[in-house]
Design a protein around this ligand. Structure first.
Ligand SMILES: [Zn+2]
Length: 45
């Protein structure tokens, strides 16, 4: 059975934060590799 492209992308695993292990959805800032929370922690060092 053929899988539609939409279905394929829907099945892709979510991004996971390497810092806290939380899955998070990719935002417009796709260069982020950590979730918003951990990214803020690094910024507010
Ligand atoms: Zn995190």
């Amino acid at each position: 059975m053929m899988q539609s492209p939409v279905e394929f992308f829907r099945n892709l695993p979510k991004k996971q934060c390497p810092e806290c292990g939380q899955p998070f959805s990719e935002q417009a800032e796709s260069y982020l590799i950590e979730c918003q929370e951990c990214t803020n922690k690094h910024i507010n060092k």
